[in-house]
Design a protein around this ligand. Structure first.
Ligand SMILES: [Zn+2]
Ligand SMILES: [Zn+2]
Length: 420
């Protein structure tokens, strides 16, 4: 079904000639377009997950639409489209619109809202902390209990499982914004956001991706098992369990429970997480490495549990915090999650580049004035804490945007706002 194979390899090699060849091979060697070697990079990427950050001339790797003759939809032949995924996405988005109207018109119990928020956090942490920071980048180590919890939480996200996410994400880093990148932002906002889910993979993704080593993922039975059973597990947890808990737990209307906790929650979280590939690859500053597409995006930071410092992340992919700053200085719930897990003894070996390494690479590849400005703006601890509190308040407010229109409608039409 659509979800389970969303990121699976499906394009046949004989489709290769339908695409422009792109020079992604050169990215496999250890030098960037300036002839710099990866010595500094390797200092930051000592985690053996073969995801070095790269520096490429994005202009020379400009992407293309597939060249197709005959009948096409948005430039794609019918056989290039993943129809099961398209139908699934149309279905779930239609349901989400119907559900959103339903939830606006009818009462939603207080605990159902919190249940939906809890499941949204499950999906968010599962992808951000589990699939991304742990399995794609190995930026920290987790004991069996934390790994189990993260796999459980990731299953609520509709993101295709930790295995396929990690595999595709390594490709994304290695060949960022080229044909070898499964979510190539050069193919436009829609493709980078969700369109990549609807069409078969570019042959370069398969060709170059095959050169990456994913044996560490194959060695983890838990995520191999989750990969095999993803769609039934998703239905069981994210739809059936999500709906039945409010129904039996506090006597919620079955349709309300279904729409708020299963459908709308899932769709909203998916789009929040996808802004990392779309917004944070298109709009924003590139202070850490000006040669790559990923940017610093506050909006993505707020929507994606702290994954928006994306220019930093593509420059220092092994940093467990995905951000130069501490969790309390910016809205970064995922880093808080890992820090708490470390305190509890569930997570160890949290990787972080030293300030000297960061500064050195910014000086060579980024915008050194960024650091000079930062030093000029060095503030007291009290100021940093105050700014951090403002960031968190803004992050929570922005991440909860989907709740406001129904609340506003209920206030205007004198419907009860809080129902037990
Ligand atoms: Zn990226
Ligand atoms: Zn990453």
């Amino acid at each position: 079904m659509g979800i389970s194979d969303a990121q699976d390899v499906e394009v046949r090699v004989d489709e290769k000639n339908e695409y422009d060849p792109q020079p992604v091979d050169k990215l496999m060697n250890g030098t960037d377009e300036h002839g710099n070697d990866d010595a500094d990079d390797k200092k930051c990427d000592n985690n053996n997950n073969n995801v070095n950050f790269i520096s490429i001339n994005i202009e020379t790797n400009r992407n293309e639409q597939p060249k197709s003759k005959g009948f096409t939809i948005f430039g794609y032949r019918l056989s290039q489209i993943k129809w099961t995924n398209v139908i699934w996405l149309l279905f779930i988005h239609t349901l989400a619109v119907i559900g959103y109207i339903y939830l606006t018109l009818y009462p939603v119990k207080f605990w159902s809202v919190w249940w939906a928020i809890l499941l949204a956090l499950f999906g968010g942490f599962g992808v951000s902390v589990g699939a991304h920071r742990l399995w794609a980048h190995r930026s920290f180590k987790a004991n069996w209990f934390l790994r189990f919890v993260l796999v459980f939480m990731e299953t609520f996200s509709m993101n295709g499982g930790c295995y396929s996410y990690a595999r595709d994400h390594r490709c994304h880093h290695k060949f960022v914004d080229t044909n070898g990148d499964p979510k190539n932002a050069k193919r436009g906002f829609f493709f980078a956001h969700i369109g990549w889910w609807m069409v078969k993979k570019h042959p370069d993704v398969l060709r170059m991706g095959a050169k990456l080593n994913h044996s560490d993922l194959n060695d983890e039975p838990l995520i191999v098992w989750q990969k095999r059973l993803y769609f039934p597990l998703f239905l069981l947890l994210s739809v059936v369990l999500a709906t039945l808990v409010p129904y039996y737990g506090w006597d919620e209307d079955i349709w309300t429970a279904f729409f708020v906790a299963a459908v709308c929650r899932t769709v909203v979280v998916v789009h929040h997480l996808f802004t990392v590939n779309s917004i944070a690859h298109i709009w924003g500053l590139r202070p850490y490495n000006r040669h790559i597409g990923p940017t610093e995006s506050k909006l993505t930071m707020y929507l994606s549990m702290g994954e928006g410092s994306h220019n930093y992340h593509h420059t220092f992919p092994m940093d467990y915090a995905n951000c130069e700053k501490k969790w309390w200085e910016v809205f970064n719930p995922s880093t808080l999650f890992v820090d708490v897990c470390e305190l509890l003894g569930f997570a160890t070996d949290l990787k972080k580049p030293s300030p000297e390494v960061i500064k050195g690479i910014v000086g060579r590849k980024g915008e050194p004035s960024f650091y000079e400005n930062k030093l000029l703006q060095e503030r007291t601890m009290r100021h940093r804490i105050w700014k951090g509190m403002r960031e968190w308040a803004t992050g929570v407010a922005v991440a909860g945007w989907a709740i406001y229109p129904p609340m506003l409608f209920k206030i205007i039409t004198n419907r009860p706002l809080i129902v037990f």
